[in-house]
Design a protein around this ligand. Structure first.
Ligand code: PAF
Length: 290
C-alpha cells in the first residue's frame, strides 16, 4: 500500500493508473472501525485498484469542540487499510485540500432538509463539498458509503445523479457491535453507563419495526414507539426521532404511511456524544457484527 500526503502525489498516482482498471474509493475521516473495514474490503473485492482517504474535514463540523475532540489514530488506521486491501491511502493536511481562499460550496437540497440537516446547519454542505472534491481528485468508478449515515448516503446519491457524476455509489449495511450498538468513531467517548444505555437506539428501532410488521402505519405512533424505548434511559437526550421516505428522506409528519417502505432515524446525545442510527421498517435489519 502506498501512503500519500500531498495533493500532487495523489494526482500523480491517479494519472499513473490504467484508465481501464476499475477504481474503488472509500472516503473516511479516520479512527477506522469494522464498518469502514467492510467498505474497504468490498472496494478491494470489486475493483482492480482501491483508494481510501483519511481527512477530518473541518467544514462539516458545527462545533469547534467536536472537531478538536474527533479521535485520530493515523498509524492504526494505515494498518487497517493495508489489511483491508487498500492500494493507495491519501492522508492530506488541510492546505492540500482547501486553498486559503476556497469559496465554493456544494448544496444538495431536498434530502438534506430534515434529520441531521435540520439539527446541524451547514453540515451537509461541508460533506457534499468535500465528497465532490474527493471524487474530482480520485475519479473513481465506484465509491462506498455506510448506511449508518443514511441521510449522507441519500444526499451523495442525489448529488451524483443531479450533477451527472460518472460513478456508482455503493451503500453498505450498518455494522453493529455484539450489543447492537452501531459502530461509530464517536463510541469511544461513551462511558460504561452511556454505552449500556446506547443499546436503546437499536432496540427502539427494532420495536418500531415490529409495530410496522403488525400493521402500524401511523408515523406519529411509530415515532412514539421509538421515543418510549429511548426515554426509559436517564442519560439519553433525544435530538430527533423521525420516520422518513427512503429516497426523499422527507418526514411523514402525522400522515398514515402508504408507501411499502420507510426509514426510522434517530439522533440521541449521551453527554457530549451524539449518536445516530436508523432502520428500514419493512425488512429485518441485517445484523452484521465484526
Ligand atoms: O462519513 C464520513 O466519514 C464523512 O462524512 C466523509 C464522507 C468521509 C466526508 O468527510
Amino acid at each position: 500500500m502506498r501512503i500519500l500526503t500531498t495533493r500532487e502525489e495523489l494526482l500523480d498516482a491517479r494519472r499513473g493508473l490504467n484508465e481501464a482498471a476499475g477504481i474503488g474509493f472509500v472516503p473516511t475521516m479516520g479512527f477506522l472501525h469494522e464498518g469502514h473495514v467492510s467498505l474497504m474490503e468490498r472496494s478491494a473485492a470489486d475493483n482492480e485498484v482501491s483508494i481510501a482517504t483519511i481527512f477530518v474535514n473541518p467544514t462539516q463540523f458545527n462545533e469547534a469542540a467536536d472537531l478538536d475532540s474527533y479521535p485520530r489514530d493515523p498509524e492504526g488506521d494505515a494498518q487497517k487499510c493495508r489489511d483491508a486491501g487498500v492500494d493507495i491511502l491519501w492522508m492530506p493536511e488541510i492546505p492540500s485540500v482547501y486553498a486559503d481562499d476556497h469559496s465554493t460550496t456544494v448544496t444538495v437540497g431536498g434530502v438534506t432538509s430534515a434529520l441531521c440537516g435540520a439539527a446541524r446547519p451547514g453540515h451537509f454542505d461541508g460533506v457534499a463539498t468535500i465528497v465532490c472534491k474527493l471524487f474530482n481528485l480520485v475519479r473513481p468508478d465506484r465509491a462506498y458509503f455506510g448506511e449508518k449515515d443514511y441521510q449522507q448516503l441519500a444526499m451523495i446519491r442525489r448529488m451524483v445523479r443531479d450533477l451527472d457524476m460518472q460513478l456508482e455509489i455503493v451503500g453498505m449495511p450498518i455494522v453493529r457491535d455484539t450489543d447492537g450498538v452501531a459502530l461509530s468513531s464517536r463510541n469511544k467517548h461513551l462511558n460504561g453507563e452511556q454505552r449500556a444505555q446506547a443499546r436503546s437506539l437499536r432496540e427502539s428501532l427494532e420495536a418500531a419495526r415490529v409495530a410496522w410488521q403488525r400493521g402500524e402505519r401511523s408515523a406519529a405512533a411509530l415515532r412514539q414507539v421509538i421515543r418510549a424505548r429511548i426515554e426509559v434511559e436517564p442519560l439519553a437526550d433525544i435530538d430527533y426521532v423521525d420516520v422518513v421516505g427512503t429516497r426523499s428522506v422527507a418526514p411523514y409528519g402525522d400522515a398514515i404511511i402508504e408507501d411499502a417502505t420507510c426509514v426510522a432515524a434517530v439522533a440521541v446525545r449521551f453527554g457530549a456524544t451524539r449518536l445516530i442510527d436508523n432502520a428500514r421498517l419493512d425488512r429485518p435489519q441485517p445484523v452484521w457484527t465484526p
